[in-house]
Each structure stands twice: as structure tokens, then as C-alpha cells.
Design a protein around this ligand. Structure first.
Ligand code: RNT
Ligand code: ZN
Length: 419
């Protein structure tokens, strides 16, 4: 251990102890908190089904930074590189169109666990756990902007089959890796302009979901999640799977709700939803992203809402109930850098939350000492949590501080710039 890092850590430990916080306990908790790294930042949500396929479904990766991953090998190498620069044990979140299809075209209603076996083997070898998503976009059968809610039963059935198959794949991932795989359902369904059959599409979606969940999976191996959205680009006037829709469906059928921080009105925050949802659902999935003016999926940085999300997870004693996944795709900067910045920011937020002098704060609050509560929260902001994160990185053999910039530049010079 570098002497300066150790010294700064020791001073920080003493400072936190003075406000009743056990730093080592916080670090143990942080170390057990996996973050699910979305595979789709590495290739701008292209997938391997059709490498020239256009991204559709109301989502967009903007930018043209060189070096995106073009093959499974490149994508795995990039994720490994990012993981080297992140302390702790984490998860990789895959989408169905990232299957290992061996150069053949396998349509969405034909995918099987065997197409993901090489991913499972890779994850096992590297010590990662996997999460999974059905892919209901970027496909000719989603071209109308409708999938599970489509008026044509044939199209609906195609997507129902795809989602059931995806759930089976998720179950197999969880079984083989010995860790519950979170399977997320997000569909783009909506329309560009004034819609008069709002109820009908929602009825269709409800019925499709009912059919999908008729197939029972083992909860130990996988859990289903359903993700709402405010609107997609080109689908601005109506979204079938709104927050009310999925919150209602989730609560009635005990299905985990996914909260994507970019899927609400720009001033609406997801941090405050955590403590409500947890009273009615056993677990929550998060898609942490950073919307700038809209659901732009910018790289996650340490901002106020990220910290508030982390604080709510810790304050609600829900570290085991809230699954933290990232979901952004910035194609305008180095993509490995995008991963590392986003995960480190998320860990820093979680660490700050774990280091909060919560006992004292709660005592102040219960006694109505609101100035005291405010002052201690303000002081906590500038306490030396940075020294603790640096120590954590060093202890885990991960580059400390901004030196990871040059490391990523080196990987760019040697690997991604040659693509
Ligand atoms: C889209 C949703 C969805 C996707 C991924 C690729 O708005 O956020 O989660 O980003 O499934
Ligand atoms: Zn999302």
C-alpha cells in the first residue's frame, strides 16, 4: 500500500469515527455491492445479430468516436479492460441481440440458451455474473413502433415468443453462474402523434405480459423486471408502457419494476420513488443514466441525483433489494472511459451514502433539530470519502485516481484506435 494513500485513509477513518461512522464496515458493504455493466455502451447498441443494423425504437446513440467494438471478442475485451479499472466484483448486462450466433442469422423467436453459452463460459472464467434483456427494438417486426401491444396478433405472438425465450436464457445464466439473473423487459411501443386507442394498446400489452408470465421460471435463477418510459424519439405523443401501467402491473402480479432515471419528466427524480415502491414490491431494478434535457443517456457522473439515489438505497436499508444497473450509450467519447467514469461515479455515490453519519442525522430529525440535521449533512459533503475510495482502489489492486486516464489512452492507442 502506498504510504500517502494509507496515511490519508487513516486520517479519514479517525474523522469518520468522530461522527460515529465505521469506515471499514462501509467498505465491506461497498465491496459486496455489484453494479451491472451494460454491454451496449461498447458498441453503441448495435448487437451481433446484424452488425450493420440501425438502432430503432426511439433510442439513439449520438456521436462517431472511433474504436467501437465490432465483434464479440472485441466487446468482451473492452468490458474486461473497463472491469480492470473498477474495484469489486460486478455484473455484465447483456441484450438478446448480442448472442453468439456463429455467423448465422437467428431470428428473435428462435434464440436459445446455446447462443449465450460462450457468454456464460466467459463470465464464469472472469468471475462476472450476468443480467439479461429481451431485445424488442431494431427489428423489422418493431418497425411500426409497436411490439407486444401491436394490433396484429401475429406480431404480438412473435414478440411474446421472443420474451419467453429470453426469460429461459436468463434462467439458464442464473443457474449456471449461481446468481439470480435480472431479466428486463423494455419495449419501445408508442406513437408519434395523437392516439385515440390508448386503452386498446394497453390492453394488448397487458394480455401479452400475462401470456409471457404464464411460463414460470425459478426465482432463484432469474427475476423479471418491467421498465416504463415517458417517451421515445419519434414516439412523442403516447407510450404504451407508461409508469402507471407498469407500476400497476408490477404490484398486481408481483413483478419487479425497473426505474430508469432518464424515463421521467426532466425534473422528476427516481430517488424519491425507491422508498415507496419497496413498500409494495420486494425488489427494484435501477437503470442509472444521465438525461440531459431529455432521455439522452449521457454517461453517469457524480451529480446530486446520483448521490440521492445512493442515499435512498442505503437509508431505506435496501442494499440487498435494489439492483443497480447502468444504462447509457455515449458514442462521442472513448467508450471504455465512459464505462469507468460511470461505474466509479456510482461507487463514489454509494460510498458517500454508506459513510453517512446516519444515526446522528436520524436522532436530530426525530427530535425536530432541523438546523443540526442540515449542518451535519452539509459537513458530510466535504468529509474525506475520496481518501477512502482511493484506499479501496489500492487495496483491490486497481489504479488510484486520475491515472486511469493514461491507462485508457494506452488501450486506445494499442487496441481500439486500430479497429
Ligand atoms: C430505453 C431503455 C432500455 C434500453 C436498453 C438498451 O429507453 O432505457 O433500457 O436503454 O434496454
Ligand atoms: Zn433503461
Amino acid at each position: 500500500m502506498d504510504e500517502k494513500i494509507q496515511k490519508a485513509f487513516d486520517l479519514a477513518v479517525a474523522e469518520y469515527a468522530a461522527v460515529g461512522v465505521d469506515v471499514n464496515k462501509a467498505l465491506d458493504q461497498l465491496d459486496k455491492l455489484p453494479i451491472s455493466l451494460h454491454c451496449w455502451q461498447a458498441d453503441d447498441v448495435t448487437g451481433f445479430e446484424n452488425p450493420d443494423g440501425a438502432l430503432t425504437g426511439g433510442i439513439q446513440a449520438t456521436g462517431n468516436y472511433p474504436g467501437k467494438a465490432r465483434t464479440i471478442e472485441e466487446l468482451r475485451a473492452d468490458i474486461d479492460k473497463a472491469m480492470q479499472l473498477i474495484p469489486g466484483n460486478h455484473r455484465v448486462n447483456l441484450h438478446a441481440f448480442y448472442g453468439d450466433f456463429g455467423g448465422k442469422f437467428v431470428d428473435r423467436d428462435q434464440i436459445e440458451p446455446k447462443h449465450f453459452q460462450s457468454w456464460i463460459d466467459w463470465a464464469k472464467e472472469k468471475g462476472y455474473k450476468l443480467d439479461f434483456n429481451c431485445t424488442c427494438f431494431s427489428h423489422p417486426k418493431s418497425a411500426d413502433g409497436l411490439t407486444l401491444s401491436h394490433p396484429d396478433p401475429e406480431i404480438r405472438n412473435f414478440w411474446i415468443e421472443h420474451v419467453i425465450r429470453s426469460r429461459k436464457i436468463a434462467e439458464e445464466m442464473g443457474r449456471q453462474l449461481g446468481s439470480k439473473c435480472m431479466h428486463n423487459i423494455w419495449i419501445p411501443d408508442g406513437s408519434k402523434d395523437v392516439t385515440v386507442n390508448r386503452l386498446q394498446y394497453r390492453k394488448n400489452l397487458k394480455e401479452s405480459l400475462d401470456k409471457i408470465f404464464e411460463y414460470k421460471t425459478n426465482d432463484e435463477y432469474m427475476l423479471d423486471c418491467i421498465e416504463s418510459k415517458l417517451f421515445g424519439v419519434g414516439l412523442e405523443s403516447y407510450t404504451v408502457g407508461s409508469h402507471e401501467f407498469y407500476m400497476g402491473y408490477g404490484m398486481k402480479n408481483n413483478v419487479v419494476v425497473t426505474l430508469d432515471s432518464g424515463h421521467f419528466h426532466p425534473t422528476e427524480i427516481i430517488s424519491d420513488k425507491i422508498s415507496s415502491l419497496l413498500l409494495f414490491l420486494p425488489e427494484i431494478m435501477l437503470h442509472v443514466t444521465r438525461g440531459v434535457r431529455w432521455d439522452s443517456d449521457h454517461v453517469v457522473i457524480l451529480n446530486e441525483e446520483l448521490l440521492a439515489i445512493a442515499q435512498e438505497i442505503v437509508r431505506a436499508d435496501a442494499v440487498d433489494k435494489v439492483h443497480v444497473g447502468l444504462d447509457y450509450f455515449d458514442a462521442s467519447i472513448n467508450r471504455i472511459g465512459a464505462y469507468v467514469v460511470g461505474v466509479r461515479a456510482t461507487q463514489r455515490a454509494l460510498l458517500q451514502a454508506l459513510l453517512e453519519p446516519i444515526a446522528k442525522l436520524r436522532e436530530y430529525e426525530s427530535k425536530g433539530q432541523f438546523f443540526e440535521r442540515m449542518a451535519l449533512l452539509e459537513e458530510a459533503k466535504s468529509m474525506p470519502w475520496g481518501a477512502i475510495y482511493n484506499y479501496y482502489c489500492a487495496k483491490k489492486g486497481v489504479i488510484v485516481g486520475e491515472s486511469y486516464i493514461t491507462d485508457i489512452e494506452k488501450y486506445e492507442a494499442e487496441v481500439t484506435s486500430k479497429r
